[in-house]
Write a protein that binds this ligand. Structure first.
Ligand code: NIG
Ligand code: FE
Length: 413
């Protein structure tokens, strides 16, 4: 068989081929590494993984000499707010003066200011801007991304955001998986009746399902936004309508959103900075993936980061993500998030690589499709300008990606 692509002379190949399910606890420090390896691709799928010498038997349309460097699966970013209008650089000084994130929101800024900008933007403008940010994510090695709505808070704008994400998935090489986050903030006209607002968001679920505009439903469970009780009732309704659910839980104040994520068998519980011991225990005993976003703690200038060590040491499955958004984490640089995971979350190199590949894929129900290099699976590959996987975590603040292939096609160099 003539291959379409052969990447050979790979110094370290991280296959992440671990079998089924997200890696939990101590299993997160296992890493399948092949040295002096090659990967062969045909029709967008991996068809050969083996030693460099064996690869010589295969003819290929394109042969890439990896020159002894690192090759990994395309990274998966399981939590972004990709589609939005405007930007919020003016909030930078407020943050520096110590104005809390939730106070900016209370004063009508923060998320609500991005809502205003997103309402104004046309679908074309959002598409162009979303594509720009996706290109950047790709340049840092991301080939699959989750994208949330939540900057509309009304039917028209929420649907506009979701349609843009769907169009991006169709037009852009990076796969985009959508989440409906209509319950992201309380619009001013509902200030005294947030339940009525949630009812309105529930009414949107049928059209979202019908038009296949989102797979997941998410809510911001936080002081001054939605309570644990409201989040439970809202997500239960979403589940009844056939959606898998996610929760922005215990991001700023510890309310018990982590416990709720486990209770509802959410596909992921996200942020979890204030997660209680009980919440961590419940997560460890569930199939819910803990998606940690250290870029947000960093950018909100917090002392406190999610307790990744406690989570992993107690058996949780942990994934990492940029939380790319215009307010609390304006960065597409997932490699910087990996650096933060090493320095601030005290995660081991092996845990970090599992957290941005296989576990991140399970956090968006793509465990059998993305985040691994496996015979028969789509060939999403990253060739790194790095001699080994630890190097990427050590040399920080720069981009180490040399080239990216999505389903066997080179999409970045
Ligand atoms: O994950 N917490 C809510 N949502 C985002 C921030 C959105 C924004 O500030 O625009 C987050 O931190
Ligand atoms: Fe978020």
């Amino acid at each position: 068989m003539k291959l379409d692509l052969l990447v050979t002379n790979i110094g370290q190949l991280l296959t992440m081929d671990h079998g089924n399910g997200p890696l939990k606890g101590a299993d997160m420090s296992t890493l399948p590494v092949l040295t002096h390896a090659s990967v062969g691709v045909k029709d967008g799928k991996v068809v050969f993984i083996g030693p460099r010498e064996e690869a010589k038997q295969h003819e290929a349309e394109t042969v890439i000499d990896a020159k002894g460097k690192l090759v990994t699966p395309g990274l998966v970013d399981p939590h972004t707010h990709l589609v939005f209008g405007g930007s919020r650089e003016h909030e930078m000084m407020l943050k520096q003066q110590g104005v809390p994130y939730l106070d900016i929101l209370k004063q009508g800024g923060g998320i609500l200011s991005t809502v205003a900008a997103t309402k104004k933007a046309t679908e074309e403008e959002l598409l162009e801007k979303g594509s720009f940010h996706l290109n950047r994510l790709l340049s840092f090695g991301v080939t699959t991304v989750e994208a949330k709505s939540g900057y509309g808070l009304d039917e028209e704008t929420e649907l506009k955001q979701l349609r843009v994400a769907k169009a991006l998935n169709e037009q852009h090489p990076v796969e985009v998986i959508s989440t409906f986050l209509g319950a992201h903030a309380i619009p001013p006209q509902y200030k005294d009746d947030s339940n009525a607002f949630l009812d309105e968001m529930v009414r949107m679920l049928d059209v979202i399902k019908e038009e296949e505009l989102a797979e997941f439903v998410d809510i911001f469970c936080e002081t001054g936004v939605f309570t644990v009780e409201q989040s439970r009732a809202f997500l239960q309704q979403a589940k009844a309508k056939g959606f898998d659910v996610k929760i922005h839980a215990d991001e700023i104040d510890p309310l018990g959103g982590t416990e709720l994520a486990a209770e509802l068998e959410a596909v992921s519980g996200d942020h979890l900075v204030g997660a209680s011991d009980q919440g961590i225990f419940m997560l460890a005993n569930s199939d819910t993936v803990a998606v940690l976003l250290p870029g947000t703690s960093f950018y909100l200038a917090k002392e406190k980061f999610a307790r990744a060590r406690t989570m992993i040491d107690n058996g949780c499955a942990v994934a990492l993500s940029t939380d790319f958004n215009p307010g609390s984490s304006p960065t597409e640089n997932i490699q910087f998030i990996m650096n933060l995971a090493a320095l601030k979350l005290k995660m081991k190199p092996e845990e970090i690589w599992n957290a941005v590949t296989v576990n991140a894929a399970y956090a968006i129900n793509r465990g059998n499709r993305a985040g691994q290099i496996k015979i028969g699976q789509q060939a999403d590959l990253v060739l790194w300008d790095a001699p080994n996987y630890e190097y990427v975590l050590y040399h920080y603040g720069v981009n180490h990606v040399h080239a990216v292939w999505k389903q066997g096609v080179k999409v970045y160099e």
